[in-house]
Ligand binder design. Structure first.
Ligand SMILES: Nc1ncnc2c1ncn2[C@@H]1O[C@H](COP(=O)(O)OP(=O)(O)OP(=O)(O)O)[C@@H](O)[C@H]1O
Length: 226
């Protein structure tokens, strides 16, 4: 039997008042599939990520998350689905300032109802170069380090979907490469990834690259080196 896609969006419309942002948008994403979304500034990429994270509602259309119709979910159920199944690495990282990095990771696992595995947490921190930083509070870390801590927190609960907004945006090439390796290595994380990026060399590491243009997702049309 064919598995239900993780994400099914059809005819999705969203506007901020008179400003139409998403118009007749469609997206089907399988479990474990990794896609990059590109598009000019203001195209609606962050808005789409917020809708995918169940943080923002939409005006019209169909959005099924792992077979469940999102627009009919009660608020509590949305929060439950987000806590358990969706990891987010957004520019505002929302790490809790009075908890250490490790405590932030453990708390996210607890909220997801998944026991945190200390060995896995140590391994993930090492993968992003934060071995020495687990006992530090977010305010003691640089912006890029906080972003990497956010990625560890998102991955430790092994979500079905990881949403990343410019995951390598303010990182140097080497650290950015390490972050991508972590997100895209199926031995570390086997779930689906949707990443927004402005960098073609980052986008090319994903299974598919889509462009958000005129409110819709379209195949990006440059030749992709494989
Ligand atoms: N709260 C809001 N109220 C009104 N308009 C908004 C609001 N937030 C965003 N917009 C508008 O919606 C459009 C899409 O914004 P969004 O942040 O999703 O774009 P983006 O593709 O992520 O841009 P960038 O690459 O610059 O981050 C823009 O025209 C923006 O001005």
């Amino acid at each position: 039997m064919e598995q239900t896609p993780l994400i099914q969006m059809q005819g999705l419309r969203f506007a901020y008042g008179p400003v139409s942002v998403l118009a007749d948008l469609g997206l089907t994403l399988g479990h474990g599939e990794r896609i990059a979304i590109m598009g000019r500034s203001g195209a609606g990429k962050s808005t789409l990520l917020h809708i995918l994270a169940l943080l923002q509602s939409f005006n019209e259309g169909r959005f099924l998350f792992d077979g469940e119709a999102v627009d009919t979910l009660e608020r509590g159920r949305k929060e439950e689905v987000r806590a358990r199944h969706i990891g987010m690495v957004f520019q505002a990282h929302y790490l809790i300032p009075y908890l250490t990095v490790e405590e932030n990771v453990v708390l996210a696992c607890e909220l997801a109802g998944v026991p945190a595995d200390p060995n896995q947490v140590t391994h993930l921190l090492a993968c992003v170069g934060l071995t020495e930083r687990g006992k530090h509070r977010p305010t003691q870390l640089s912006g890029g380090e906080q972003q990497r801590a956010g990625l560890v927190r998102a991955l430790a609960k092994q979500p079905l979907l990881l949403l990343a907004d410019e995951p390598t945006g303010n990182l140097d090439v080497e650290t950015g490469g390490r972050v991508l390796d972590l997100m895209l290595d199926p031995a570390i994380y086997a779930g689906a990834v949707i990443a927004v990026t402005h960098q073609p060399e980052v986008a090319n590491r994903f299974d598919r690259v889509l462009a958000l243009r005129d409110g819709r997702l379209q195949y990006q049309t440059w030749e992709q080196p494989r």
